[in-house]
Each structure stands twice: as structure tokens, then as C-alpha cells.
Design a protein around this ligand. Structure first.
Ligand code: ADP
Ligand code: GLC
Length: 479
């Protein structure tokens, strides 16, 4: 049994902007079920939701700041959650990283440096919590300074840094160095410096004992210039300590047989009932209610990564066909605007909901026939797995975790009942269009389509295997 401190900037159901929250909400639960002593540490944002008991645990002074730590539980689990209470930094409304216009909070370097400092104090048992970590598991740039700061400690826990997304690196001008008061030994080009900027992610990549990312394919991709953002050399250099462990999903929350957000439950044995959710979705999105028209869904952050521009480029040709397209997302204002404009041009074919809406996300998974993920890169991706569980066939680009979790429908995989989706190679609109046409052809072969749906619904995306891989990793760290 290991004592693990899991450092994260978001965790479902407390606060969520994307997949990191899903992983931070479900991996610790899986680890606890495998008898690990795991604590999550996260800032207490203004909009954080809490469940049940929440109480004061201790106070500590770090960097001339007086901080309280509160304790609560992850719902339905034995996972303890420590909330860092420092209103001056964490009481902005809404998103943890950006304001309502999408601009980063101006003091993000200070806000997440404080998360890292407190995590180190807690891990080293200097926070009056009477608990010392064996392993500190950090996630993404917001926790990147933890391995760096720990490297300076005597008798320290092991550190693991998981890359959920290389595109976000926590780069700040050197002017923040004074206010962060970081130890001088860390500031050099082989340390936290990156082209004369302070790089939080380098704290993890340079100093962590082990680096993981969220799929085996992405672990290889980030060692190339196309996906490494200038850090590929460092990752190649640390290759021996780098590996990919695929994410699992929370099988209780994403289950078409029990999903609290959808009215009509169904399973592989009652696939026909899925159409009631489709009708519900069409009604809710004010599209013509017609079971014969295939519905394509998309849920996600509207950013370059997700290939939204490829979809926009496809829409005129796509919407000339008998299909409907439903999208839920928010992000870049220009994507939001362009998508909304398109709904005026094709009101009976495309429906767009801009915003964050958990209930609608579940209804789309339950009601759509196909799910689009034409990502330019995708470290893991969760929606393609949720989609498979709901018999909603994913159409994905062959990258990162999408390549690792979807089996393309070919004559061979259809015949041997392993096909679970449609995969295409090139990041361009015609390759995507080609893939959608391939899906529509299969859709029209009712029995074949139902068979692919059943294969997808039977795929195993539980955390079981991956949680075991993390435990093995924790156990084998030698320093
Ligand atoms: P990423 O972490 O890059 O955003 P993932 O596929 O790993 O991508 O995870 C995204 C998660 O966030 C999924 O659970 C998805 O359903 C959810 N999500 C994204 N955008 C929205 C939204 N606008 N409303 C509700 N859920 C969303
Ligand atoms: C990131 C990635 C996504 C991954 C998620 C959880 O946000 O973009 O692909 O699934 O983290 O690991």
C-alpha cells in the first residue's frame, strides 16, 4: 500500500473544464479500490461544488501567505480531498484558468505556484496533517513545480508527472520570478527556463522521477517535433523514464443502463430503445424529430486541437446530405461565432449549444448515432470511449488515444466482430468527409451497424488495468 498525494487543478464532480477532471475524479477512486491510501489536493475555487461534510484541517504559512486546508470526501469513495483555501487567489468566479472573455487570470503563475508549494509541504508532512506521501502524482503544468521543488528536499517522496496535454505549458515572463521566489538552483536552461521564459511543465519533465502520458501513441508522438512543442528533445533525453498509460472511464457515471441524465435506459440487448433518446435530443435541440435521419454529435472544448475548423469546412457538403449535426461546446470566440452563424443557414440540420452542460453531454452520447472527434492531436480523449459505451459510433482521426481505443471498421474487423468505429488518417476536411461517408454507408446497412454498436458497447474501458499499471509504476520507482 502506497501513500499517494494526487495534485490536480480540476477534479469531477468538484470542478471541471475537460478530461483532466474526469481522470482526477475516477483514477484516484480506482486506486483506492486497489487499497492505496490516496489523497487529492486541489485549490478551493469559488465555484467548486462540495458534497456532504467539509471541515477545517490545518493552517500553514508558505511564502508569507496564511493558507487553510479543508477536508472533504470524493462522493461514493474512500478518497480524501484536501482543499487549499486561499480566497485572495482562488475566489475568481467561473473557470479555474481564464476569465469570461477567455483571457488567463493575470496571477496564474502565483495561483498555481501556491498549489505546488502547498502540495510539497503536505507531501513532506510539514502541514500538521500527520501524513507523509510515498509518491506525489502531479498532473499537467499547474502542478509542474512540485517535482522541481521536491528535488531539493532530503528524504523526499517519489514524483510522477502525467502529461494530459503538451499544448498547455504554463509559460510566464521572467518578471514573475521575483514574486514566485523560486530557488535559484532551478533557474537555468536545463531547469525551469525555456527560451527565457519560466516553464511550469518543464518542472515536471526535467525533475519528475517518472513521466507518463495518457496513451501509448501520444507517448511516442510527443517525442517528435510535430507534437512536442520544442520539448521533444528533452522527452527523448528522458525517454527511459517516460511511458503511456491509457485512461479509463468512470463506468458508473457513463452507463446507458443507469445514466441519471437520460430518460430512456438501454443496453446491448435493448439497443432499439436508444431511439427514444434520439427523439429527445432532436426535440431538445429543436431539430425535426425523425429516427431515419442519422444524428452526428460533438462535445468538446472549441479549440484548434479538436479539429473544429475541419468540421466547419465539411459542413456545406455534409449538410447537403440527409443528416443532422448537434454540437455542444465552448472555447474560442471565433469558432463559437462561426458555428452559431451556420445554424442560421441550416436551421433544420445543425443545432449548436454554446456553453458547458453536463446533462446535455449525456443526452448527446445517449441520443446521437455517431460522434465526431477529428482531433489534430488527442493525448487520450474520453468522449470516444463514452460514445462506444453508448453505442454511438465514433469517427476519429488516427492520433494519440483515439488510435489506441477505436478499432476501424474494415471488411475484416466487421467480419470478426472487433470493429468499433471509423478511423481516418489525414488532418484535412476531405479525409474527414470521406470517413463520414463511410460511416453513413454502414449506417444504412442496419444489421452491420447494429453489430458495430454492440462491439463498441462491449469494449472494456474500465480503470482496472490502467490503475494497476500506475501502482506498478509507483512501486518500481528507483532513485
Ligand atoms: P479534453 O480534456 O481535451 O477537453 P477529453 O475528451 O479528454 O478532452 O474530455 C473532455 C471532457 O469534458 C468530457 O467528459 C466531455 O464530455 C466534457 N466536456 C467538454 N466540453 C463540454 C461541454 N461544453 N459541456 C459538457 N461537457 C463537456
Ligand atoms: C487532456 C487531453 C485529453 C485527455 C485528457 C485527460 O485534456 O486533451 O485528450 O483525455 O487530458 O487525460
Amino acid at each position: 500500500m502506497k501513500k499517494i498525494l494526487f495534485v490536480t487543478s480540476e477534479a469531477h464532480p468538484f470542478i471541471k473544464t475537460g478530461g483532466l477532471a474526469d481522470v482526477s475524479g475516477s483514477l484516484p477512486k480506482a486506486l483506492a479500490e486497489l487499497s492505496q491510501d490516496i489523497k487529492i489536493i486541489i485549490p478551493r475555487y469559488q465555484d467548486i461544488k462540495t458534497f456532504g461534510d467539509i471541515h477545517y484541517r490545518c493552517s500553514l504559512r508558505v511564502d508569507n501567505r496564511d493558507v487553510n486546508i479543508l477536508e472533504t470526501q470524493m462522493p461514493d469513495s474512500r478518497v480524501t480531498v484536501w482543499l487549499i483555501d486561499y480566497p485572495e487567489f482562488y475566489h475568481q468566479p467561473g473557470n479555474p484558468y481564464v476569465d469570461a472573455q477567455g483571457n488567463p487570470w493575470p496571477n496564474n503563475a502565483e495561483r498555481f505556484s501556491l498549489l505546488c508549494r502547498i502540495a510539497v509541504e503536505v507531501a513532506m508532512n510539514r502541514a500538521h496533517l500527520n501524513w507523509k506521501a510515498d509518491v506525489v502524482h502531479c498532473n499537467d503544468w499547474q502542478s509542474g513545480l512540485v517535482p522541481a521543488l521536491l528535488s531539493l528536499e532530503y528524504d523526499r517522496p517519489a514524483s510522477v508527472f502525467t502529461i494530459h496535454n503538451m499544448a498547455y505549458q504554463g509559460l510566464f515572463p521572467t518578471s514573475v520570478l521575483t514574486s514566485l521566489n523560486l530557488p535559484g538552483q532551478l533557474w537555468h536552461p536545463e531547469g525551469l527556463e525555456f527560451h527565457n521564459m519560466l516553464s511550469f511543465i518543464k518542472g515536471g519533465l526535467v525533475y519528475a522521477d517518472r513521466i507518463t502520458t495518457v496513451s501509448p501513441t501520444y507517448a511516442l508522438e510527443i517525442q517528435t517535433a510535430a507534437y512536442g512543442y520544442g520539448l521533444e528533445g528533452l522527452l527523448i533525453h528522458r525517454n527511459e523514464y517516460l511511458g503511456g498509460i491509457i485512461n479509463g472511464i468512470d463506468l458508473d457515471q457513463w452507463n446507458p443502463e443507469t445514466d441519471a441524465y437520460i430518460a430512456h435506459h438501454y443496453s446491448r440487448a435493448s439497443l432499439g430503445d436508444k431511439q427514444h433518446n434520439k427523439a429527445e435530443l432532436q426535440r431538445r435541440m429543436a431539430l425535426p424529430v425523425d429516427n431515419n435521419i442519422p444524428v452526428l454529435g460533438l462535445i468538446g472544448r472549441l479549440v484548434e486541437q479538436k479539429g473544429i475548423d475541419l468540421i466547419i469546412a465539411c459542413l456545406p457538403e455534409l449538410l447537403a446530405m440527409p443528416v443532422q449535426f448537434v454540437l455542444l461546446g465552448n472555447g474560442d470566440k471565433s469558432f463559437e461565432q462561426r458555428l452559431q452563424n451556420l445554424t442560421h443557414v441550416y436551421p433544420t440540420k445543425i443545432a449548436v449549444s454554446i456553453g458547458y452542460d453536463e446533462g446535455l453531454a449525456h443526452l448527446i452520447e445517449g441520443g446521437a448515432d455517431m460522434f465526431l472527434m477529428p482531433s489534430r492531436f488527442e493525448p487520450c480523449g474520453l468522449n470516444q470511449m463514452y460514445s462506444q459505451r453508448y453505442g454511438t459510433i465514433p469517427i476519429v482521426r488516427k492520433t494519440g488515444g483515439l488510435a489506441d481505443t477505436v478499432v476501424d471498421s474494415t471488411p475484416e474487423t466487421i467480419a470478426n466482430h472487433t470493429a468499433t468505429g471509423i478511423i481516418f488518417n489525414d488532418a484535412n476536411a476531405s479525409a474527414l468527409m470521406e470517413a463520414i461517408k463511410r460511416a453513413l454507408l454502414l449506417y444504412n446497412l442496419g444489421d452491420v451497424w447494429a453489430d458495430i454498436q454492440k462491439n463498441a458497447m462491449a469494449a472494456d474501458f474500465s480503470w482496472q488495468q490502467s490503475a494497476k499499471q500506475y501502482i506498478e509504476l509507483y512501486q518500481n520507482i528507483q532513485r
